[in-house]
Design a protein around this ligand. Structure first.
Ligand code: PEP
Ligand code: MG
Length: 854
């Protein structure tokens, strides 16, 4: 028998051996194994075999299995000191036993009180002959369920095995934002799939790779030295694989305009986010009420009445009612929270789903759960233990002083409340009924609390603390709830029912305004709502400027669902299908047929409308795991966009075949990202022609390029000769023109596509395209920015491809514009020397426009 399934000899949580609070076990001095935190005082035989020893102090038994594997079952840590008290041995040395036969009884609570820990190591003591090929750690096991699988090591391997037992890989952290929540969660998920122990070490500290929280607490930043240490079977292979996975992790993708808006980072960067100067301060308003200054987290205007939500701290008893009871309680509560979160995830939109996924990861975090169980085994109550474990992890993250990590503290504390509420058998405090038209006031609302709210009753949201890019801010914006954060503690003093005006366009909260101000704000809110409805109804027809010039408004899409939303909002087609979304989050590239099915479905969701499909735009800041690109010093300037496609022509050809097969032929157009010269274009066209021949397609397939590099804009005239259309990707064009990384938070406020240098490149592109009567669209974030639209139209752009839900607003804006006036505006903008100057100019222009209109 070369493999042996070892069964759980105890009921309880199964943890990696290194969790045992004793270096003799944790450092595997006795051999590899696992540890069980028992919830019942009976130890059973884990396999058929012979009892080879029983400790005189009755706390440990060793058994030799039929195949020769020897296992030590050691109840608790430092239990030798109990001198047999509380233990009753049921077998003697030399006895043959069956799997599942009781070997030992012990008084769980008495032992728990007196021993260092109840954690029971199950150790393979002849590890040179066997290796653990599977271990069911990090889960609750019942007696008799599979605990681990042992495999005999071939004799030829034995010598080398001892040295191959541990492997290390040292490298510099390639990820721009270091070891933050997402990569930590991916590493933790990977570590849970292998039986070897994995540690990550940096800055003289190490963390178990199964704990995302522990990994984050290492505080690893970009370019810091990091060592992966793997002990156990196939250590070298696992170490190399993990290193490779870290290198292949997606770098933070650019923020889609929809996300940018929803994260509070408005698509109008120069004036979007209040700066640090906007620390909460109060002022006497001209409208009678008192005002508090806040930071805009979700734009909009709201009037409503205060509804405070100051969740009282949940009181917990320190001491528990026995280890078994408290362990079971903790598992029950976590299971309940897990079930609720999974249910919520199924019924939430994608932004909320991401938040919930983070909570689920933390709920099962190895380190947090282990710390809680350690406290329970010392007699603490489940609630006390859980709170202590969460706070310990939160403190470790807080100590890093890294804003990105600090935001995760919210998630941890949120989870604390959820599990404590479940332990108390109460609904989370936020599930209370909100009165209609509430402006909710909270210290720092937690994401799950927000997700659980009835947003139809919610007029707005005010938080004393919080940040504009927190998860709650993202959720509020995604659901269209105006929100201010960082209002300061005075906001918490507002009494329930107080009338409030929440101006999340200017960053003010007015308390108890006078009647005139209240009525004016109410009117403004209802005018906005009416305007939205009218815009939505009018969006279903074609769009012309006030002086009759046709402007097409398309939508940028990443999925079938978005296509349906786009049509409902009046999009005249899709100007940019970001196909990389089909390629991310999977282990292998989608085949031709799978791609074809997706493109066909999206085409059918856009009846009689063009569908511009961009070929795969990965590499650089959007790597994909199964397409390992050579390591690059500067990925934004490396293999990305069409360069990647030409580097892997097999993938490009499959994609082009899938696009060309879509019916009706001609609905789909092909758009190439990151073009820098006509040679790239010619190379793709050759493959496209080959595809047409193979598929016997006679019709022409329109081919266009994205203008995303200054090179492409400067050569637009030359390139326009060879294509049917050009589409300006202002996100990348701005990044490459200003030489500012689009993901760089410090530079975010300066990354403005209205910078005159970018506008000059747009003007040059339009001129070049016009020489060959080619249409120029803009599909970058600038097209969704109402301030930029008059300038773009003035420069000659006649098609915009925008965030689907922005279509109605932009169409109605275009209908008010005269192209002649826009031309004058644009030529003035080209002469300015800053993006701020251009924005100020556009503001004046809009004011004049509104005066003329009224
Ligand atoms: C752009 O760069 O403006 C663009 C639309 O492409 P992406 O944002 O997908 O890189
Ligand atoms: Mg781009």
């Amino acid at each position: 028998m070369t493999t042996l399934n070892v069964l759980a000899p105890l009921q309880g949580w199964c943890a990696p051996l290194e969790e045992a609070p004793d270096p003799v076990f944790a450092d595997r001095l006795l051999g590899p194994g696992v540890a069980i935190d028992p919830v019942e005082g009976v130890l059973y035989a884990p396999c058929e075999g012979e009892i080879i020893s029983v400790a005189a102090t009755k706390h440990a038994i060793a058994i030799r299995a039929e195949n020769g594997a020897e296992l030590l079952l050691h109840v608790g840590i430092d239990t030798v000191a109990l001198a047999g008290e509380g233990f009753e041995v049921l077998v003697s040395s030399g006895r043959r036993v069956h799997a599942g036969e009781p070997l030992l009884r012990f008084d769980l609570d008495a032992v728990a009180r007196r021993a260092k820990s109840l954690l029971t190591p199950i150790v393979l003591t002849n590890g040179e002959q066997f290796s653990i090929t599977r271990a069911n750690t990090d889960r609750l096991l019942r007696v008799g369920e599979e605990l681990m699988q042992l495999t005999r090591v071939a004799s030829s391997e034995r010598v080398s095995k001892a040295t191959a037992d541990e492997a290390r890989e040292t490298f510099r952290m390639p990820l721009e934002h270091g070891l933050h929540a997402r990569p930590a969660a991916v590493i933790a998920a990977f570590a849970k799939t292998v039986s070897a122990d994995i540690k990550l070490a940096a800055h003289g500290r190490s963390a178990n790779a199964r704990s995302a929280v522990g990994l984050m607490s290492l505080g690893v930043r970009h370019a810091d030295e990091l060592t992966v240490i793997v002990s156990g079977a196939q250590a070298q292979r696992i170490a190399s694989e993990l290193k490779e996975r870290i290198f292949q992790m997606p770098r933070p993708a650019e923020v889609d305009p929809a996300e940018a808006r929803s994260s509070g980072a408005s698509v109008a960067p120069s004036n979007a986010l209040p700066t640090s100067a906007q620390k909460a301060r109060s002022a006497k308003a001209t409208d009678g009420g008192e005002r508090l200054r806040g930071v805009i987290a979700s734009r909009g205007l709201a009037v409503g009445r205060a509804a405070t939500l100051q969740a009282p701290e949940i009181q917990v008893e320190e001491m528990g009612r026995g280890v078994a009871h408290e362990s079971a309680e903790l598992e029950r509560a976590r299971a309940e929270v897990r079930e609720r979160l999974e249910h919520l995830a199924r019924h939430s939109q994608s932004t909320a789903r991401e938040v919930i996924a983070a909570h689920l990861e933390f709920l099962d975090d190895w380190e947090v759960v282990a710390a809680a169980r350690r406290a329970i085994s010392k007699g603490k109550s489940a609630a006390f233990a859980w709170r202590a474990a969460i706070r310990e992890s939160a403190d470790a993250l807080r100590a890093l002083g890294d804003a990105r990590m600090v935001e995760r503290i919210d998630d941890l504390l949120d989870l604390e409340t959820q599990v404590l509420s479940a332990l108390k058998g109460e609904a989370p405090v936020t599930l209370r009924e909100l009165p209609e038209g509430s402006v909710l006031i909270a210290e720092d609302l937690k994401p799950s609390q927000f997700v659980a709210l009835d947003t139809s009753k919610l007029a707005g949201l005010c938080m004393a603390a919080g940040g504009p890019t927190s998860h709650v801010a993202i959720l509020a914006a995604a659901m269209g709830v105006p929100a201010l954060v960082a209002l300061g503690s005075r906001v918490l003093g507002i009494e329930d029912g107080t009338p409030l005006i929440l101006d999340a366009e200017q960053g003010w909260l007015t308390m108890a305004p006078d009647q005139a101000a209240w009525s004016a704000a109410e009117q403004a809110v209802s005018a906005r709502q009416q305007r939205k409805q009218i815009e939505r109804a009018a969006a279903l027809t074609d769009c012309r400027s006030a002086d009759g010039v046709r402007v097409e408004v398309f939508a940028n899409l990443g999925s079938l669902t978005e296509a349906q939303v786009a049509v409902a909002h009046g999009a005249e087609g899709c100007g940019l299908l970001r196909t990389e979304f089909l390629f991310l989050d999977r282990d292998s590239p989608p085949g031709e047929d799978e791609q074809w099915r997706q493109y066909q479905a999206i085409a059918e969701a856009l009846p009689n409308r063009p569908l511009v499909i961009r070929t795969l735009d990965v590499g650089g800041d959007k790597p994909i795991p199964y397409l390992p690109l050579p390591p690059e010093e500067n990925p934004a300037l490396g293999l990305r966009g069409v360069r990647t496609s030409l580097w892997r022509p097999d993938l490009l050809k499959a994609q082009l075949r899938a696009i060309v097969r879509v019916q009706p032929i001609g609905q789909c157009r092909v758009l190439l990202p990151m073009i820098t010269d006509p040679a790239e274009l010619r190379a793709v066209r050759r493959i496209l022609e080959e595809v047409r021949r193979e598929l016997d397609v006679q019709e022409d397939i329109e081919l266009g390029v994205m203008v995303e590099t200054p090179a492409c804009a400067l050569m637009a005239e030359r390139i326009a000769r060879d294509v049917s259309f050009l589409s300006i990707g202002t996100n990348d064009l701005t990044q490459y023109t200003l030489a500012m990384d689009r993901g760089h938070s410090e530079l975010a406020h300066r990354m403005d596509g209205l910078h005159p240098s970018v506008l000059r490149l747009i003007a040059m592109t339009v001129r070049g395209a016009q020489e060959h009567s080619r249409l120029v669209a803009v599909c970058g974030g600038l097209a969704s920015d109402p301030q930029a639209v008059p300038v773009l139209l003035g420069l000659g752009v006649r098609e915009l491809s925008v965030v689907p839900t922005s279509v109605p607003q932009l169409k109605s804006l275009i209908r008010t514009l005269s192209i002649d006036r826009c031309r004058a505006l644009a030529s003035e903008a080209l002469q300015l020397d800053s993006a701020e100057g251009v924005r100020a100019l556009v503001k004046d222009f809009s004011l004049t426009l509104s005066r003329v209109a009224s």
